[in-house]
Design a protein around this ligand. Structure first.
Ligand code: UTP
Length: 292
């Protein structure tokens, strides 16, 4: 049976970004640039490549820079047009979703990722949807969400992007309990948020890319708090198990945790090295430090 197409995506951007203070005192974490592009733009472009048509940002206080980034900058446009800088006009415009494709929902209180997703329930309605966390950045040949929508078109149900992590790190992630595993797709029978390494049912962890079914909102409606006193998306997903297929996809590519300083710096180096205009200079810079 053909699966319903994934047309809508939620971008939860309501977090406080405390690990990046003072940079995030007045600027949203999602606007931190990796090389020359803010994290949130990478996430939106990834969603566009996967065929997403509706972009829903769940925001909070102090996130206006995100709205401005996805809006026409009249002064800049006019100035670049007057100076006939068509290449720069394309840099600031070509990736923008069309008018009417973006909506903003205020989370009001940062009560957790599950709560942020729940805030978008009325904009999602009764269809599958994607969730992308901009601070998880993936460098891959095929955009990560596109890899997932291709799986979803075959399997339906829920699909989460997963990767193996060192066992001592299981307490940082949502971890899968696996029923079957063919090395690429793992069929999920259980989920645990941030288990102690000794209790973790596997080392396969969920990264910030999800394709979910609207039934998850029934569980989020209960507003139950989980690990860290937050309303956890993983707990609501665990409650949907058994209601349809649920697969973890070992995606092709490399994921960087840009919510963490070391992960952010690594992403900056990896993305710079992936660009032909920057790679030679960056390689020389790195070499000069390693040789010193
Ligand atoms: P994090 O766990 O990284 O939290 O959220 P954070 O507040 O952004 O950052 P730190 O830990 O204080 O440094 C993961 C994702 O979920 C979103 C964040 O914006 C981020 O994209 N989130 C988290 C919300 O939208 N609302 C929340 O209540 C919590």
């Amino acid at each position: 049976m053909p699966q319903k197409k994934v047309r809508k995506a939620i971008f939860p951007v309501g977090g406080l970004g405390t690990r990046f203070l003072p940079a995030t005192k007045a600027m949203p974490k999602e606007m931190l640039p990796v090389v020359d592009k803010p994290l949130i733009q990478y996430a939106v472009e990834e969603a566009q490549a996967a065929g997403i048509e509706d972009f829903i940002f769940v925001t909070g206080r102090g996130k206006h820079a995100i709205e401005d980034h996805f809006d026409v900058s009249f002064e800049l446009d006019t100035m670049l047009q007057a100076r006939e800088k068509s290449d720069l006009l394309s840099v600031i415009r070509s990736w923008m979703p069309s008018p009417g494709q973006i909506s903003y929902m205020r989370q009001m209180e940062p009560l957790g990722l599950g709560h942020a997703v729940w805030c978008a329930r009325n904009l999602i309605g009764d269809e599958p949807f994607a969730v992308l966390l901009a601070d998880d950045l993936v460098l891959s040949k095929t955009p990560c969400l596109q890899q997932m929508t291709e799986v979803h078109a075959e399997t339906g149900g829920s699909v989460v992007a997963v990767m193996d992590v060192p066992r001592e790190h299981t307490n940082r992630y949502g971890i899968l309990d696996i029923e079957r595993d063919d090395g690429r797709l793992a069929s999920v029978r259980g989920l645990v948020e941030k288990p102690d390494p000794a209790d973790a049912p596997s080392t396969l962890s969920i990264i910030g890319r999800y394709i979910l079914q609207p039934q998850v909102f029934e569980h989020l409606d209960k507003q139950e708090k989980g690990a860290g006193g937050e309303i956890q998306l993983t707990d609501a997903l665990a409650a949907t198990l058994g209601s349809g297929p649920f697969n973890g996809l070992r995606f092709e590519g490399r994921r960087f945790d840009c919510g963490d300083k070391a992960g952010f710096l690594e992403a900056t180096i990896a993305f710079a090295l992936s660009r032909s205009d920057l790679a030679p200079a960056v390689r020389d810079i790195i070499k000069s430090y390693v040789d010193a």
